[in-house]
Design a protein around this ligand. Structure first.
Ligand code: FES
Ligand SMILES: [Fe+2]
Length: 434
């Protein structure tokens, strides 16, 4: 597949079905697109102590992140310099003061430098010390830590981390500043599900405000029926409070507003969101004002988008404090992780909201996600049918938007998705010859 073949798949207002269906394209995405973009790797609170590590696969490559004795975090390729065995195969753990390969017991310091090799004398007079295998574990080319959010980029090409994320870093600020102490900790475990669709289909849906009315009708109508007849001021159980807004109409979702940013990023719900009506907590507000000042506390409480996407791997909710991580596995398989945060210095209720929301809406036993998953699988099959190879992204298309940059739009504007595909094309072809 040449650069021109790839470029022909993304038009101004529609994209080709091969973007979702082609295994060949998926392999190219791993090598080029994912290696050329900054991807979320984990949260520093997963690694509280020296020797703590997490393993993660990005761009098809096994990596590990490990806390050093000096408190910093490093990202390394999870590959023994000898013959390639992985130094850690668990999702997380503590390796102690060094890594020891289970195959022939080569050892490495926490920063990946070689430590010891059995039968050392056998290497005297050989070229080992001068070659890649003598250098130890390979560092990941790009690693960035921003307010405990850890990102990697495998390919040294392309924008640095700050330039890549741009104003989306302010969303991370808003999330972290929900803590009067400026500290979040992952809590409540992680909910992992493998969905049978292309990763782009999932990511696109995060910005799809037209589907809840029809797709999630059974879930929201059930909540509405259960709550029917209650006085308007009756305090709602948490699940009812979280489910009812799914029934809002097209107008609500249109008015909530969205914003697109360079590099495929977006903020949905710039004016309000389905989470805006959650009850406020007096003591918590007072603690935020004391910690950050009135103006910043106000900003943090009101600027809580429904979904902010740091393309292509992270979706953030500021309230409830929850993130989704998107990990592609194959053209038609994607791992989704939903994480909740405990907010230091804030009532435990905030964590309960995040955990409840993740369980209700994003988990395998959710009453909402199965609606989406059914449709994702259905589209994955339906797209292969017939002579029309195109997926329509025409809604609210205007030629001016092709100039790029930051744009404020209505909440149902498919520019939120077109913007992702334009960035996909850019990073997919960044290292391809013309
Ligand atoms: S593969 Fe690791 S020591 Fe041989
Ligand atoms: Fe949905």
């Amino acid at each position: 597949m040449t650069r021109a073949d790839i470029e022909a798949l993304v038009e101004d207002d529609r994209v080709h079905r091969d973007l979702y269906l082609s295994e060949e394209l998926f392999a190219l995405e791993q090598r080029h697109f994912f290696a050329n973009t900054w991807n979320f790797a984990g949260h520093a609170s997963q690694l509280p102590n020296a020797g703590d590590f997490i393993t993660v696969t990005i761009a098809g490559q096994p990596l590990l992140l490990v806390r050093q004795a000096d408190g910093t975090v490093r990202a390394l390729h999870n590959r023994c310099a000898h013959k390639g065995a992985q130094l850690a195969t668990e999702a997380c753990g503590n390796t102690g003061r060094f890594f020891r390969c289970p195959y022939h017991a080569w050892t490495y310091k926490l920063d990946g430098a070689p430590l010891a090799t059995p039968l050392r004398a056998g290497y005297e007079g050989t070229r080992l010390a001068q070659c890649e295998s003598g250098r130890g574990m390979e560092p990941v080319a790009g690693f960035a830590e921003y307010r405990d959010f850890l990102f990697v980029k495998l390919n040294p090409l392309g924008p640095d981390f700050e330039a890549y994320c741009g104003e989306l870093l302010r969303v991370i600020d808003s999330l972290v500043d929900r803590s009067p102490a400026g500290k979040l900790n992952v809590a409540g475990g992680v909910l992992r599900s493998v969905v049978n669709c292309n990763w782009k289909m999932y990511l696109e849906n995060i910005n799809d405000t037209v589907h809840p009315v029809s797709t999630h009708e059974s879930a929201s109508a059930t909540a509405a029926r259960m709550w029917a007849g209650q006085p308007a001021d009756a305090p709602k159980p948490m699940a009812i409070e979280q489910m009812l807004p799914f029934a809002e109409g097209y107008d609500f979702f249109d008015r909530m507003g969205g914003r697109v940013h360079p590099n495929g990023h977006s903020v949905l719900g710039t004016k309000f969101s389905i989470h805006s009506a959650y009850g406020q907590l007096g003591d918590y507000e007072a603690a935020l004002r004391a910690a950050h000042g009135d103006a910043r506390a106000e900003e943090v409480l009101t600027r809580a988008p429904q979904n902010a996407v740091i393309f292509p791997s992270l979706s953030i909710k500021c309230s409830p404090q929850a993130i989704r991580v998107i990990r592609p596995l194959a053209a038609d398989r994607t791992l989704i992780e939903a994480w909740s945060f405990r907010v230091a210095g804030a009532p435990e209720l905030l964590l309960q909201r995040a955990v409840t929301y993740n369980r209700l809406v994003f988990s395998p036993m959710s009453v909402v996600a199965h609606d989406d998953l059914h449709l994702f699988e259905s589209m994955q099959r339906g797209l292969a049918s017939g002579t029309n190879p195109w997926v329509s992204l025409h809604r609210d298309f205007r030629a001016e938007e092709l100039a790029g940059g930051v744009r404020e739009v209505n909440g149902t504007n498919e520019l939120l998705m077109r913007n992702q595909f334009r960035a996909w094309l850019r990073f997919m072809t960044l290292d391809l010859p013309d």
